[in-house]
Design a protein. Sequence first.
Lengths: 119, 835
Amino acid sequence: MTKKHPLWLLALSPLVWSLHFTASYTIAAIWCAKFPASDLKIVKLLIGGLTFISLVIVGQGIMSGLKKYSSGLAHSSQDTDTIQDRDRFLGLTGLLVSSLSFIAIIYNAYAVFVFGSCE
Amino acid sequence: MEEVKDRIRQEEEKRLNKAWRVPSGWRYWSEVNNSEVGMWYTVTSLAFFFFAGVLALLIRVQLAVPDNNFLTAEQYNQIFTMHGTVMMFLFAIPIFEAISILLLPQMLGARDLPFPRLSAYGYWCFLLGGIFVCGSLFFGAAPKGGWFMYPPLTTSYQPGVGADIWLLGLTFIEIASIAASVELIVGILKCRPPGMRINLIPIYAWYILVVAIMILFAFPPLIAGDILLEMERAFNWPFFDASRGGDPLLWQHLFWIFGHPEVYIIFLPSIALLATIIPTFARVPLIGYSWVVLSAVGTGFLSFGLWVHHMFTTGLPGISLGIFSAASQAVAIPTGVQLFCFLATLLIGRSVKAVPMLFAIGGLATFVIGGLTGVMLAIAPFNFQAHDSFFIVGHLHYVLIGGSVFPILAGIYYYAPIIIGKKLSDKLGKICFWLVLIGFNVTFFPMHASGLLGMPRRIYTYSDDMGVSTLNLISSIGAFILGTGFLVLLWDLLRPKGKLSYSERNPWKAGTLEWSMKIPDRMWGIRSIPMIKSRYPLWEQPNFIHDVDNGHFYLPDAAEVMRETLVTSTLDAKPVQCLRVPGPTFITHLAALFSGGFFIFATYHWWVATTISGILAMATIIYWLWTGSAWIPEKEEKDVGLGVTLPIYQSGPHAVGWWAMFITMLADLTAFISLIFGYFFYWTIQQNFPPEDSVGPGIFWPVTGALLISLSWLLTKLAKKLNNQDKAILFYGILLLAVFCSLAGALAFLAGPLKYQMDPTHHVYEATVWILVIWTALHAALGALMQLYCMARRLGKKMTAKYDADITNVSLYESFIAITGLITAMVIAGFPAAS
């Protein structure tokens, strides 16, 4: 159980957000510095592709958290010292953190897509 | 039978007392226990807070009326710079470290944190650095470039030592902060009581874990920026000089990559105090524990995507502003979630009136106002209008005082019985609260209006024609009301309490573990390390305090009269080691003194004294490690109670030292990546980078350096294996070869720019290559020193085939250095060749 769900997995979805965010910023900054007069079609294509991949990975995090949180038990306690409660806690927290990352990635991508040029 | 049990208990307590006894007389200052160090840390941070508060009053006196000459422009610049600097670096961050060092062991049922001497070293560095930075004000030599030290103001227009004091003094303190964060991360992950699974960790510890990890990634970019700015000031390396390819905006990036997460580094621990205090007075467990953990983790991450909203007016492309504006809006989600959880807890519970709750609710309300203006400022067009105006001053004080100072005041009133054994006065607490609340709003609310009317920040006076005179006068009156509130607090803390009786145990009827302490507390902390089955053991575990007091849990004794605590597994808190922690020493003072000397002498460019101090610091730290770490125990295992026997020595991922090395190197790698960011930043903004008239370091020497450093890592790994097989001769031979490779690798890296005669003052390209090469070479040389240390440890019989923590940790270090070397070579040799 422990091996299947190490603690750092909690940070996986936010890490995907971080990478998506950094990549979006870097691509946009380099493009606008090197080709300031051009439109942003290529930038949007690249960031759109990255967004799709990121959302798929983070979506997996949501599904995996949901599965772990609701793993065949009648009650939803996460407050006792049992392995089941621990896993439900990790499931719910993973689900929430992944959902937040999902929203933040969409925010980020949306911001990219409303701009027509670097100016 | 009872008599025998009593006698056994008394004997145990006698041994515990002896092991944890605080030295008396002048030797008291050699103590390293978390209670003492945490207390010193807290008192010192508060002293800096009051100092910076007095500076704030001077600012408000100056701004009370138009065209005032109470302060000169020079004095005003120094005072407002020091106000911001001291509040941020010497109060807001250290106070969270102080409170955590003081209380976290109690919350985790640990006798101490795993590296008490590291905490003490951090404290003495903080004290020394703080006095150095603050003292400069009394000599008229203080920094005056604002708390953000923007070049070119701080490079071309401020020739005095003020900016150097800021850069080097604060780098020194930042290193202490990173040391504290290593201590806190390892403490939370590895020193929890048995049974305290990941879902039962006190919510305070969750927040501190997140914040300590944030420090690892937020502070190193500033340290990297400090290095670059100081290199420009001291040696004319043009990192921020536009005429030679540099760019002042790089400083802003590095500063705010630190600066914005820092706001959350300050805010989250204070909110953690509220998350601990509110359930106590609502008399119910915190509602939405997992949601609050989400908030902490989510805010921690998102806070790294906001830094450019401090740079909205610097001319960055609109698309970049959009990306950062979106992230700035998104962070409101986790921030709001935790506030709703607190409100739900208050609504579901039966709230009890108490002074800490006054501050908690006042803080939440104040913070929400600051948060809302924060959302306004995250919208770029509004930001363009309000930037650099007093609106920002109003906003940031609502966030920082509401989100940090109010909760800290709540924490002071709440935890006073644990810290000083006595409750503070309810009456004075209420007076303090109302004065602070009213004074604060009278001071800072008008600033939003004066800002919108056009009053700029950082000006030492203004004209009556601006129409902001009345608003400023109101702000100044408010500041003195606010100051009076803090004076009431100061009096409540300092007034003689000899006649006041000790507080009852757990006076607030809290459910969390730290309240199981006896009052006044004992130096050993908790009488026996409990088995935890709930987040609120005092509410939900029957006979809990009785069992703790009667030594029915783990480590009720100190049979060998040594300071001990338990190490447990990360996820499920299963006991894995009985850790012996070191006791009182003055070596930490010496190490801090020499480390301080290194930074302070460098400020004045006294290079000989700097070098000597650096060597002495290194020697002292080696002596400290030699005598105070990785002791070989007299026996392999120890019975820790309840039928559990644990090893006394661990190495590798089970050992706290391995974790400390891993975490430290993550911070180190982050600083290095920040320098790499600098290289690519220059490449991005310049059409020709490297410039055509500059020479590079070639390919041969950087590649050779990287290969040698990587080989050194592989040899160190091999030496570790040979040590485990007890093949001593081969071990020494291979490790000696590794030392040679480390040193040769360092020299090879330096050979590139030397051979091609790269002049670091000519252009930022040369300067950047040099800084990357020096960074890598210094790390490789330090690796050689560590490898020699391991050889000496084995020769001195401090390391054996079985007890191999030293070589295991050095092997881990070398793996990070190999990564550093490879990246450096790829960037300085591979990238120009490829492009």
